[in-house]
Design a protein around this ligand. Structure first.
Ligand SMILES: Nc1ncnc2c1ncn2[C@@H]1O[C@H](COP(=O)(O)OP(=O)(O)OP(=O)(O)O)[C@@H](O)[C@H]1O
Length: 242
């Protein structure tokens, strides 16, 4: 369980980008973060992923404050967390599977890295994760012709291979047609249910958040102004985050 209290980030010009954020993340939860452009969704995701630091506040994982836990403990924790940008960086000329296994090379002997050969347990792990994100059929295809949604899902599979149990994904359905967007949301929800992955997704489309997420956090000017569970947003909440 992750418990964030009073998380605040100020930038040098004095502006407060994140303002006293208080949230809890349960294992296996699927959370949508909604809010107008510039409300702080990406800033929140990056702070949760420890990609950016903050000015004050607590970040507790199973009761232990990460900021007091020391550098090595934070580094270890970061291995379990993935931040996925809107347009994740992939190697165009390599297959989906090879992209998923990038970085697994850290634990792979040099000769395998040079020859590009993949260990069978790595191979199985990569294929399992591609299956989990619904891309098994495309495993051997180069990513250069793949769609935005497929690329996001490859990045998610890559983060899972690396052992991420908290995935922060920024606009995973950006640029996707309605059908593919729903497919992506279903995939994310299934990952939470089947693998216990906690997923926080910044979303512009409220109807997707309402249909698929367990919880919706509404952001305005760096603050979470509502946290909604198990119901649609009210008219007042919708207006607030426009
Ligand atoms: N590193 C930074 N330095 C200065 N300002 C920043 C920094 N990161 C974010 N901001 C500012 O903080 C605010 C929140 O930005 P953020 O990107 O988190 O918004 P967002 O809700 O994700 O927007 P969008 O939906 O357009 O992606 C913006 O005003 C942005 O300009």
């Amino acid at each position: 369980m992750i418990v964030i209290s009073g998380l605040t980030r100020k930038i040098p010009d004095g502006k407060t980008i994140l303002d006293h954020i208080n949230v809890r993340l349960e294992p296996g939860a699927f959370i949508a973060v909604v809010g107008a452009s510039g409300s702080g969704k990406s800033a929140l995701l990056k702070a949760l992923a420890l990609q950016e630091t903050w000015t004050s506040g607590e970040y507790k994982v199973d009761g232990r404050d990460l900021m007091k836990a020391g550098f090595l403990a934070r580094m270890r924790y970061r291995r379990n967390v993935a931040y996925i940008e809107q347009k994740p960086l992939l190697i165009e000329k390599k297959s989906a599977l090879k992209n998923v296994l990038i970085g697994v090379a850290g634990q792979t002997p040099l000769w395998r890295r040079i020859t590009g050969s993949v260990r069978s347990d790595d191979y199985m792990g990569g294929m399992d994760m591609l299956e989990a994100v619904g891309l098994l059929d495309l495993a051997k295809q180069k990513v250069e012709n793949m769609s935005g949604g497929e690329r996001q899902r490859i990045a998610i599979a890559r983060s899972l291979v690396h052992g991420a149990n908290l995935v922060l994904t920024d606009e995973p359905v950006s640029g996707l047609d309605p059908h593919t967007s729903e497919e992506m949301m279903r995939t994310l929800k299934k990952l939470c249910a089947d693998k216990g992955t906690t997923i926080v997704a910044a979303l512009h489309r409220l109807e997707l958040a309402e249909k698929f997420a367990d919880e919706i956090w509404g952001m305005e000017n760096g603050r979470i102004v509502f946290q909604v569970k198990g119901r649609r947003l009210t008219a007042a909440e919708r207006i607030r985050i426009q």
